[in-house]
Design a protein around this ligand. Structure first.
Ligand SMILES: NC(=O)c1ccc[n+]([C@@H]2O[C@H](COP(=O)([O-])OP(=O)(O)OC[C@H]3O[C@@H](n4cnc5c(N)ncnc54)[C@H](OP(=O)(O)O)[C@@H]3O)[C@@H](O)[C@H]2O)c1
Length: 275
């Protein structure tokens, strides 16, 4: 816990902020050192119920002494959110945005501080269950100690990777940001096929979901690369081989490549739209 920032402020206390706050509290972080700004009464009540007292529409004392401020609003609300906090930030406070498409320079412009230490973070929704994957990019002003603090914060909701190039945030979006939806789509297709083959929806869902979980656990907990794991379940002349040959004939890799390229292109478009 020593690496975690002293006080942490949230701007926007919706799904993503709640996931991080939940992870911090589960890890034993003191609720008195957390605070949030969010106009939504529902969001305020939820945080009060978690024991966080400094929650409201305006920055309070904990916010003004926060070493880290996490801005977790939709990209279109980013300008309004930063406008409301910029006069209340200490010079050394790191501002981390989890909004897609807002560049480091746009964030600094919005904060009216070209030397502000800022971080872009692309999380994903499995953070809600502590199994997230976040890509992070820091401006040069962010110190190693601050990076370590952010790494510890995002580490409470999953794994983290630091990127050398800001453009790679868009690649993270194409892999892990949007990735959960690709796997959900694959699961939907497997469930629908299981039903067409005669199983009821619940049974097909149970088998599909547990298989996805089991495959992900095997891939993350064993040292074998995924292609080796695939070969291990593919006996020559067997059933799995027949399915994989069919995927190959339909060029599964090209299909995935086209989808991820489309995602990357949209992330780049959004970066242009939001600055
Ligand atoms: N890669 C991913 O899978 C992923 C996953 C989750 C989140 N994200 C990113 O994380 C960000 C937050 O997403 P979310 O799902 O947590 O959104 P959310 O649930 O809508 O939460 C955002 C909260 O911010 C509040 N808000 C709006 N304007 C504000 C302002 N000016 N100051 C303070 N609070 C304000 C909203 O209040 P109202 O409801 O009243 O507007 C809402 O409570 C988004 O930019 C999203 O793209 C990415």
């Amino acid at each position: 816990m020593t690496q975690l920032p002293q006080n942490i402020g949230f701007v926007g206390a919706g799904n993503m902020a709640s996931a991080i706050i939940g992870g911090l509290l589960s890890a034993g972080y003191d609720s008195a050192r957390l605070c949030a700004i969010d106009p939504s009464e529902a969001a305020q009540t939820k945080l009060h119920n978690l024991g966080i007292s400094e929650v409201g529409g305006q920055p309070g004392p904990t916010f003004r002494t926060s070493e880290l401020v996490i801005v977790a609003v939709k990209p279109q609300f980013m300008q309004a959110a930063t406008e409301g906090i910029k006069k209340h930030l200490a010079p050394e406070t790191v501002v981390m945005s989890v909004a897609a498409g807002i560049s480091v320079s746009a964030l600094k412009d919005q904060l009216s501080n070209s030397n502000a230490p800022v971080v872009r973070c692309m999380p994903n929704t499995p953070a809600l269950v502590g199994a997230g994957a976040s890509g992070l990019f820091a401006s040069p002003e962010v110190t190693d100690r601050q990076r370590a603090g952010i790494d510890a914060v995002m580490g409470v909701v999953g794994t983290t990777v630091w990127l050398e190039k800001e453009s790679h945030i868009d690649v993270v979006t194409a892999i892990s940001g949007s990735g959960p939806a690709y796997f959900f789509a694959f699961m939907e297709a497997m469930i629908a096929t299981g039903e067409r083959m005669g199983l009821d929806h619940e049974t097909a869902s149970q088998l599909t979901l547990q298989t996805a979980l089991g495959a992900a656990k095997l891939a993350t907990q064993q040292s074998d690369p995924v292609n080796e794991l695939r070969r291990n379940v593919t006996s020559p002349g067997g059933t799995t081989e027949r399915a994989l040959e069919s995927f190959d004939q339909d060029n599964l890799e090209a299909l995935v490549n086209r989808g991820m390229q489309a995602c990357l292109a949209r992330a780049q478009e959004m970066a242009k739209e939001f600055g």
